[in-house]
Design a protein around this ligand. Structure first.
Ligand code: HEM
Ligand code: HEM
Length: 132
């Protein structure tokens, strides 16, 4: 298993644990969780689900394609930016009422989107032009 696959899968599991703790806290009666809901939602969907998919995809899709991954560097940057972006989004969402947090959310969202585009381009370049 490559370094990038292990990193993504471990990060994904950590976000699952954090998201679950936050989710349970949100179920406590009378807790006003407000914008912690999108924080929890994105810890789960971008942290747990997407990172698990990224990690497994980097292992499996080049093998299915019978090709090397197009770029290891792009995969590394996908990892760094997805983590920085998600953490900024999580904090930004949760404290969105403070104006500086709106900027943090915007920055985090753009960084997260760039991370996703790196994955998209890398995978398009790795997959065969057409299947059998
Ligand atoms: C221990 C496990 C979990 C707990 C205790 C939990 C708890 C919660 C709670 C209390 C809410 C707020 C619901 C509301 O405001 O009506 C919520 C929303 C949400 N959760 Fe979880 N959750 C868990 C796991 C997950 C997982 C595994 C995912 C995704 C893979 C997920 C995705 C979401 C999403 C997307 C929302 C927002 C839903 C919406 O827009 O209405 N959660 N969760
Ligand atoms: C670059 C990536 C993404 C960005 C910048 C982003 C941004 C946002 C924003 C700004 C909201 C509105 C939050 C609010 O004010 O309530 C939102 C909500 C939501 N997004 Fe995303 N999103 C991203 C990726 C995703 C992905 C990949 C999924 C699912 C696979 C997803 C699922 C959701 C859900 C379920 C909600 C509703 C959450 C709630 O009810 O609190 N998002 N997203």
């Amino acid at each position: 298993m490559s370094k990038i696959t292990v990193l993504f899968i471990k990060a994904s599991l950590i976000y699952l644990a954090l998201g679950a703790i936050l989710g349970v806290w949100m179920t406590i009666p009378n807790v006003n969780y407000g914008m912690f809901r999108p924080s929890h939602a994105h810890l789960m969907v971008l942290g747990f689900c997407s990172m698990m998919i990224f990690g497994v995809a980097y292992h499996i899709l080049p093998r299915f394609s019978g090709k090397q991954l197009f770029s290891d560097k792009m995969a590394d940057w996908n990892f760094y930016l997805a983590n920085v972006g998600l953490i900024a989004m999580t904090v930004g969402f949760a404290h969105i009422t403070a104006p500086a947090m709106g900027i943090l959310l915007l920055l985090g969202s753009v960084i997260e989107a760039v991370a996703c585009f790196l994955f998209v381009v890398n995978m398009f370049k790795t997959l065969p032009e057409k299947g059998l």
